[in-house]
Design a protein around this ligand. Structure first.
Ligand code: IMP
Length: 186
């Protein structure tokens, strides 16, 4: 893969940094209301959900604990899902009897979340819900009930705010689409 040029490689900004922050604040307020009087465990999926998790947790005003998992469903720089989900990093603590919210960056085919929901349900949480910053429904292969959703986006491969192409572009503060030549050059 060629060396990325962070500004020149971006063709379109789909969600600005300001719009992300406004939405994250709204989600945080809603979650704080919905889970009022309870404790919440946020389970985030590395690496893409890292910025979302970091921003969202600071907009929640009830007691939260956090845990991190890492799964892989894509190989290398590919933009196609393989359907294969592997756990690279498991939970650090038990979620038995806890209210758990999965914090995800994007739901595309839904295969990752479908697997994760089944896996986490088996660990006997008191409740298990999903908060996804981005929803790309056009490519959904399995039905997923998204309890908290940031933005619905069209069927385009996006980068930024945690999302990568070939492990780069995660540090862009907005959600954008790269120039077609960039996707072709890996
Ligand atoms: P799913 O299993 O197809 O729903 O894919 C979920 C994972 O695929 C996400 O957590 C991302 O890591 C990755 N992914 C899906 N769509 C995109 C995209 O447009 N850009 C970057 N990564 C994506």
């Amino acid at each position: 893969m060629r060396t990325p040029d962070l500004s020149a490689d971006v063709a379109d900004v789909l969600v600005t940094a300001a719009d992300i922050q406004t939405k994250v604040a709204e989600l945080g307020a809603t979650l704080s209301r919905d889970y009022a009087g309870r404790e919440l465990t946020l389970v985030s999926v590395l690496k893409g959900a890292l910025p979302f998790m970091a921003d969202l947790m600071r907009q929640i005003t009830i007691p939260v604990q956090i845990d991190l998992m890492e799964v892989s469903s894509y190989g290398g720089a590919s933009t196609e899902t393989s359907g294969l989900v592997r756990i690279l990093k498991d939970l650090s603590s038990s979620i038995d009897g806890r209210d758990v919210l999965i914090v995800e960056d994007i739901i595309d085919t839904g295969l990752t979340l479908n697997y994760l929901m089944r896996y986490l349900r088996g660990k006997n949480p008191r409740s298990l819900k999903i908060c996804a910053l981005l929803d790309k429904p056009a490519r959904r292969l399995v039905e997923i009930d998204i309890d908290y959703r940031g933005f619905t986006i069209p069927d385009r491969f996006v980068v930024g705010y945690g999302l990568d192409y070939g492990e780069f572009y995660r540090n862009l503060p907005f959600i954008g689409v790269l120039r077609p030549e960039v996707y072709g050059e890996s």
